[in-house]
Design a protein around this ligand. Structure first.
Ligand SMILES: [Zn+2]
Length: 327
């Protein structure tokens, strides 16, 4: 949706909400280093209310749709995917997800990542940089330069459940995302379980007009490609359920957000980065069920973070960015 208002132009991925569905975009199975086979993983996510799951084993594409015979009749959509290691021989942790892929592309070396992004795009797939936690956490993590070197990827993980409870690692994710947004990149922001043993820590919620029982892969793909979803993550295993955005709406130059439980709603923009590195966000409303923010041309982007904090245990929802262009 695009709306004009005098001297700024906002581009938002959010259209009418319709129905909302939980989707897992990063899950391992016994095809790589996961703990359960693909069918078990699909069924387990179905039982806890997920509508779709991408099986993303390391450098392996699950070629068949796992059959589902869950007696509860939980239908669940299988999204074809992979987690690329590229030059796994060096133990690299600079992993990438290929989602909605038709095939996987094996290659070695740094250049492999760029060719895998191109190959994924050519198949109308999406590519995401995984756990962008930087060299200070892991010597082969995603540095800013490494993220800037690559072109054409769809987005990044803003949360990865395999890091759940590791505050110093999770603290790297949002700054990594914001550095890319400030540089002018347009990114989709996903949260994932990176499932090996623990479920329902990080996921995305897609908006779709397709009613329950009628949801198919095309519907999921459309919402993901359009960015009509938000990311959700619990920062440690004790955290309560995260807030969900029930609506994210642009009218003129004002962004209006509602959530399904009282939460702190923050609007993060490029402006606050210019003012103070690691400083406060542009606006914060505490313990509310909704909030509004009016952009200025210097914002360049706005993304929304919703937070609940029970006894020091935080859980978040993160919107995709809404882009601001001066006219
Ligand atoms: Zn993984």
């Amino acid at each position: 949706m695009t709306l004009d208002d005098q001297d700024v132009h906002l581009t938002s991925p959010y259209t009418d909400t319709g129905y909302q569905y939980k989707v897992q975009l990063h899950a391992h199975t016994t095809r790589s280093d996961g703990s359960h086979d693909p069918q078990w993983v699909m069924q387990a996510y179905g039982i806890i209310g997920y509508a779709a799951v991408a099986i993303t084993d390391h450098d392996y594409r699950e070629r068949t749709t796992p059959t589902l015979d869950d007696p509860g009749g939980h239908a669940i959509v299988h999204i074809p995917g992979v987690e690329y290691s590229a030059n796994a021989a060096d133990g690299s942790w600079r992993h990438m997800l290929g989602i909605l892929i038709g095939s996987i592309h094996h290659a070695d070396g740094w250049d492999a990542r760029q060719s895998q992004i191109h190959r994924t795009s050519a198949e109308a797939g999406l590519s995401f940089l995984c756990h962008p936690y930087g060299e200070q956490v892991h010597p082969r993590g995603w540095t800013t330069d490494a993220c800037l070197d690559l072109q054409g990827y769809s987005g990044m993980e803003i949360y990865n459940g395999a890091s759940c409870g590791q505050a110093e690692i999770l603290a790297c994710f949002e700054p990594a995302v914001d550095r890319m947004l400030v540089s002018g990149r347009r990114l989709l922001l996903i949260a994932t379980d990176d499932f090996h043993t623990d479920m329902d820590l990080g996921y995305v919620v897609i908006n779709s007009p397709a009613p329950p029982q009628a949801l198919v892969l095309d519907d999921v793909a459309r919402a993901l490609r359009d960015g009509n979803f938000f990311a959700v993550g619990r920062m440690d295993p004790e955290a309560a359920l995260a807030p969900h955005f029930t609506d994210i709406r642009v009218e003129g130059r004002t962004l209006t957000v509602t959530v399904d439980q009282p939460a702190d709603i923050e609007f993060v923009t490029a402006r606050h980065h210019a003012a103070s590195a690691g400083g406060t966000c542009s606006q914060r409303d505490t313990g509310v069920s909704g909030a509004c923010y009016t952009v200025v041309p210097q914002d360049r982007f706005v993304r929304v973070r919703g937070t609940v904090n029970h006894g020091g245990h935080e859980a978040h929802a993160w919107s995709n960015p809404i882009y601001v262009q001066a006219r």
